[in-house]
Every structure is written in structure tokens, then in C-alpha cells.
Design a protein around this ligand. Structure first.
Ligand code: NDP
Ligand code: 8X3
Length: 258
């Protein structure tokens, strides 16, 4: 219970990995500062967390792409929610799998604005307080797509390579502050990610996880919690997490599941 009563901020908590992180930290006794656009979903999650774990939540309905709104939301936090101990920069998405020369500009804007600029805006709003307090942990959710590029992945992979660079830059800039910077970089995790990528095409989304056992959001949340709960002198720089049937972005072993 090392993070008991610590304020843990999770972006993209309304679904998938962020939702599972909220549950994991709630189980550990933390106070949850939950961020996403779909506030109705956050409300349901908060109700579940208080019933199941007695966890306290503060909800922020926010589009991380809106720089002014991000700044205002964090500056306006009630006093007891200001000392953020852990920031999980998780909000993100992919759109399409088009070849670059056939890609949709709107898709590119959405991925770069969310995955890169949104992460930067939230970090800029939260990290100064950590530096002032000389404590805190940032866990950026990268991806195997930040280490490799796969067909049609072009701009999504570029956005996750950018997250990798930003993570390394943060770690360099914060080296003398006691604030630690971690990256958790998963491969295939079954969430709403593919439904979002394929704009609600359930058949296409299902195929991504067919005939293999993908990671679950809870598997990733366990890794995030591991990073955040190490003793203060331990900084998990980068954790690449793959399903056992995945070797690289493109090499996946598919076989009928029992
Ligand atoms: P989900 O689609 O299930 O969840 C994405 C979350 O991000 C939602 O809570 C969504 O909330 C939030 N989000 C998206 N855009 C915004 C925005 N503009 N402002 C605020 N919140 C936003 O997908 P995952 O859980 O899989 O994705 C979480 C992270 O994990 C992403 O960064 C993704 O790139 C990364 N990842 C996913 C992998 C996978 O295979 N699933 C593998 C590797 C990395 P809302 O729509 O309510 O705003
Ligand atoms: C999400 C995993 O392989 O679709 O980052 O890029 S992948």
C-alpha cells in the first residue's frame, strides 16, 4: 500500500488501459484523478470504484488536445487534488491503417494532437508541481509502435516514436529533481483501440485479436503500478510488454484458441 492516499492522475480513464489503471490504483488505496472526454463513463467508473474499493475520485471531463482547457483544468483543481504523485499519460488513439500517400489528413491531425501534443500539454500542467515538491512519478504509455514501424502504421508509429523521445527528454530534464519518468510500451492489448482505429467496424477490430491471446488492460495496469510503486531510488525506464504469441509488430503467431 505504498501509494495509499496518493493522488494518481490517469488520462484516458474512460476505457481500456486507463480504466484498468484506475482500478489497480484504487485497489492500492490511491485517490483517483480521472480524465477523459466521456464524463458519463468516468462517473460510472467512480461509482464502481467507491463501491468496490471505497476509493475517492475526482473527475475531469477534458479533451487533452485543448491546450487552454488543459491548463485551466489543472490550475483549477481543488486544493486536495493538486499534489499529484503519479501521472499516467495514457490518453491516445489510432486512426486507420492507410498507406501514407493515401492517408487522411484529419486522421493524422487527431493522432498527433492527442498522442503527442495532448501528452505534452498535460505534462506541462502537472510536472512543475512535482518538481516543486521534489517527488512524483510519470508513466507514459508508449507502444511497441514506438520502437518499430509496421505497414500502414506510419503516423501512429511516428506519434509513439515521439512519445518515446519525449519520455527520454523528460528523464534527462528531471534527473536532478527526484521525479522519475517511466514508459510502459505494450503490443496487442484488447481494448476499444481497434474499434476506434477502424471507426466502429467491429468485424475488422475483432480480427486484430483473433486466434491469439492478447494482453488484457489489467496486464498493462499491473506494469504501470509496478513502475509507480518501486522504492524512490528505482526508476523503471522502459518496459516493453508483449503477448506471448507476439514477437514483433508484424510477427504474431495465430492458432485456434482452446
Ligand atoms: P481505448 O480506446 O480503450 O482507450 C483510449 C482512452 O483515451 C479513452 O479513455 C479515451 O477517452 C481517451 N482519449 C482519447 N482521446 C482523448 C482526448 N482527446 N482527450 C482525452 N482523452 C482521450 O484504447 P487503449 O486503452 O488501448 O489505449 C490507451 C493507450 O494505450 C493509448 O495511448 C494507446 O495508443 C496505447 N496503446 C494501446 C495498445 C493496444 O493494443 N490497445 C498497445 C500499445 C499502446 P474518451 O474517448 O472518453 O476521451
Ligand atoms: C498499439 C499496438 O501494434 O496496434 O499501439 O500499434 S499496435
Amino acid at each position: 500500500m505504498v501509494l495509499k492516499d496518493a493522488v494518481v492522475c490517469i488520462t484516458g480513464a474512460s476505457s481500456g488501459i486507463g480504466y484498468a489503471c484506475a482500478e489497480k490504483f484504487a485497489e492500492g488505496g490511491s485517490k483517483l484523478l480521472l480524465v477523459a472526454r466521456r464524463k458519463d463513463r468516468l462517473e460510472k467508473l467512480a461509482a464502481y470504484l467507491v463501491n468496490r474499493y471505497g476509493a475517492t475520485s475526482h473527475l475531469v471531463g477534458l479533451d487533452v488536445r485543448e491546450q487552454r482547457a488543459v491548463e485551466k483544468a489543472f490550475a483549477g483543481l481543488p486544493e486536495e487534488w493538486r499534489a499529484i504523485e503519479v501521472l499516467v499519460n495514457n490518453a491516445g488513439l489510432s486512426r486507420g491503417l492507410d498507406k501514407l500517400h493515401e492517408g487522411k489528413i484529419q486522421d493524422w491531425e487527431e493522432m498527433i494532437d492527442t498522442n503527442v501534443k495532448g501528452l505534452l500539454y498535460v505534462s506541462r500542467a502537472v510536472i512543475p508541481g512535482m518538481v516543486e515538491r521534489r517527488r512524483g512519478t510519470i508513466v507514459n504509455i508508449g507502444s511497441i509502435a514506438g520502437h518499430e514501424v509496421y505497414p500502414g502504421g506510419n503516423v501512429y508509429c511516428a506519434s509513439k516514436h515521439a512519445v518515446d523521445a519525449v519520455t527520454k527528454g523528460m528523464r534527462i530534464d528531471l534527473v536532478d529533481t527526484s521525479v522519475r519518468v517511466c514508459s510502459v510500451d505494450p503490443g496487442l492489448v484488447e481494448t476499444e483501440f481497434s474499434m476506434v482505429r477502424f471507426r466502429g467496424n467491429a468485424e475488422r477490430a475483432k480480427q486484430v485479436y483473433e486466434n491469439l491471446t492478447p494482453l488484457t488492460p489489467t496486464d498493462v495496469a499491473d506494469a504501470v503500478y509496478f513502475c509507480a510503486s518501486r522504492p524512490p531510488h528505482v526508476q523503471v525506464a522502459d518496459m516493453i510488454l508483449l503477448a506471448t504469441a507476439q514477437a514483433t509488430s508484424t510477427l504474431v503467431h495465430r492458432a485456434p484458441q482452446e
